[in-house]
Design a binder for this molecule. Sequence first.
Ligand SMILES: Cc1cc2nc3c(=O)[nH]c(=O)nc-3n(C[C@H](O)[C@H](O)[C@H](O)COP(=O)(O)OP(=O)(O)OC[C@H]3O[C@@H](n4cnc5c(N)ncnc54)[C@H](O)[C@@H]3O)c2cc1C
Length: 345
Amino acid sequence: MTRYDVFIVGTRCAGAALAMLLARNGCRVLAADRAQFPTDTISTHFLWPRTTSFLAKWDLLDKLSATGCPAIHRVTADYGAVSISGRPSPVDGTGIMYCPRRTILDLLLVEAARAAGAEIREATTFRELIWQNDRVVGARVQARDGKFLEERATIVVGADGLWSPVARAAGAITDINCGSLTCGYYAYWGGVPTDGVEFYVRHGRDILVFPTHDGLTCIWAGRSHDDWDLYRANVENTYREIISLAPSLAERLGSTRQMSPFKGTSKLPNFYRQSFGRGWVLVGDAAYHRDPLAGMGIGDAFWALSFSRTRSQTALRETRRVLMHHWRVTNPPSAKKRFRSSNTR
Ligand SMILES: Cc1cc2nc3c(=O)[nH]c(=O)nc-3n(C[C@H](O)[C@H](O)[C@H](O)COP(=O)(O)OP(=O)(O)OC[C@H]3O[C@@H](n4cnc5c(N)ncnc54)[C@H](O)[C@@H]3O)c2cc1C
């Protein structure tokens, strides 16, 4: 049986990017996802310069641009009485922004991880952790043919999103939890005249406008979480009502066509989870989830994984460094102190 340095569960922004970085640094990486790529997920699309700067460092930004994703040069934040419009400062020399479809961005990352030498298995579902002497030493997974397999690894990483089955199996506690504060629906529209990304913030409402692939514009209309039942009882009317709070946008939408059904969610919690124990680690949304209003989730996942491109003495030392870096940036000092004293597994 192959023994891997790292087994990663989940291969989207956090998992595929980590698999790519570790494989580029010489680690033996296995990564598995229950999904088959390309496949969509509930998410809008904004990549700030902070996010695109990582894609540039990883030599993936040109590839993203080659998919036909329109470059974004302007961001407008409209608060009703005040509207601010401009171009965010470049980060590490990268100022360009994009709003890629997740079908395209996630596939790009999966392909980059494969090209770096990581073994990626699709349609493979994590079922449970394998423990030995109170330490995780691998995981049991179910392949697409229904067969169960055991995979052994020095570290098992949960990059398996908000509801992280790995976190549950490891008994990770949620350290700080503010619940969900907002909810909303989005849809794709054809032929909306836009000049970049637009944010509209109103009392208890928000509207986000993201020009994406294929001439489509993804438009999110959000409300306070308390309004969820009201919203889902009449999605179309509530969505239109929110959009009417930005008259210039409502006018532009008037002559365009809705090109997709509405997709929505009220499950947007804000939390930090305990993100490592003996032989296991959590990255991306599994470790730290925040309201998507500011469009930071993908960038946060990349940022927490970032590390020097210098080749390390040993692959495992590098792995440990990446994962400890992730721990430091996703956990506030108060949580760190508590974990140190409670020493959970
Ligand atoms: C409505 C909405 C809008 C958003 N808009 C933006 C935005 O504009 N910009 C931005 O930067 N971020 C945005 N985000 C946040 C962003 O989508 C997330 O932060 C990002 O997807 C986190 O990536 P991840 O890899 O950690 O998790 P995920 O993308 O959730 O990936 C987890 C993967 O784990 C897999 N998985 C789960 N369980 C198992 C299992 N048992 N076995 C195998 N595989 C498993 C899943 O199939 C999935 O592919 C938005 C989020 C939402 C909900």
